[in-house]
Design a protein around this ligand. Sequence first.
Ligand SMILES: [Fe+2]
Ligand SMILES: [Fe+2]
Length: 474
Amino acid sequence: MSINYSEKIPNNVNLTTDRTLQRALEHWQPKFLEWWGALGPHDFAGNDVYLRTAVGVDAQGWASYGSVKMPDYRWGIFLADAIPDRTIGFGDSYGQPVWQQVPGEFRAQFRRLIVTQGDTEPASVEQQHLLGHTCPSLYDLRNLFQVNVEEGRHLWAMVYLLHAYFGRDGREEAEELLARHSGDADKPRILGTFNEPISDWLSFFMFTYFTDRDGKFQLKSLAESSFDPLARTCRFMLTEEAHHMFVGETGIGRVIRRTLEVMKELGTNDPGAIRRQGAIDLPTIQRYLNYWFTSSLDLFGSEVSSNAATTFANGIKGRPDESQFEDHVCADASFELDVPDGQGGVAKEKVPMRNAMNEIARDAYVKDCEIGVKRWNMAIKRAGQDFQLALPSRRFRRAIGAWAGVPTDQAGTPITREAFERQSVDWVPSEDDRAFVRSLMQQVKEPGKMAGWIAPPDRGINNLPVDYEYVRLN
Ligand SMILES: [Fe+2]
Ligand SMILES: [Fe+2]
């Protein structure tokens, strides 16, 4: 289905056939633009940015590239093509036809899921809204803005569902999505991680690697939903999302590559010497990784969750890549997980599989996170350095679930609170670490030039050279 760009709101959902809906969304549009102008990357509103815009929903050739001023970006509503005769893929109604409307009895659950997902999208734009001032290159600045405009579009995706399928409550929720703000004391964003400011680019790369990847797995679960419009919306969002994780993985990889160059030049692995040379030492990178990985783990929710069991049973939210499993009903399957034994140790607990759906999604997420870590470690090994990055245990530093508030070391072995406090300076970024990383953040705006703490990318965007002027700042 092609996208209609001749309308105010580009879409492939035939918006013109539903005047009421169209008017409601056209009413919301100026509020979105106002929000973008106030809390998005507004200091760059007048600059030309080389951005991709969705022009179709085929996996091949879905985007066109060109120079755009961000406020003129065409945010729209795009659903992946319907799968003919699609049936429910999991839960109690397995095998029945999917739903084109929200069943009344599941309305509240669907609305909550859509609002929670929708809330994260503008939150990340708000968290990153000042980063442009310290970009390490024009290439990176462009990638930041690409991520920002697409998160803006993901907000549109959820707002469309709220308006089209949830009547008045949906319209009210759509307003609220612009009323809550990241870090706002009175009206914060719903999820904790999305209230942390992202004030340096190492954090931005960690966020796009770890936190956007949580988004990927949430979307994969929702792409399995029996509510077909939600499934189709999420399937297309995943297409855009891949680039966000690419930005994270290559961003961290380039920081590491630069550090390795400096280590080689200096012939040392002394963090102080590396820092004096303006690069980020590997132990600091590990601490940032620990921080963002563990806070992203919490986004999957509790290991054992009756809510997760209900949404699975009802066909609302599946497991990521549901087709990889054999049993899609899980009526009497069980799952074994690690819980604190109450005496400072770890015990096994067997729970009904349906109650462990959050943990199953988290498993898939952790596996996916490991891929990048392996690649980064290969680069470190090739450089002849005796250091390996590692994901900490999923029991480490948790604030939600069975391990919430249980002090453990990075390997997940329970330790005393006092031992945890003493060693946490080696495990998570200290104020000194953050101040040092912030001190490196200086805007580099000459095409092709990179800040001293990051290596250039292997290639540019859409076959353009690395030294292309991806953002015209003057
Ligand atoms: Fe998103
Ligand atoms: Fe994203």
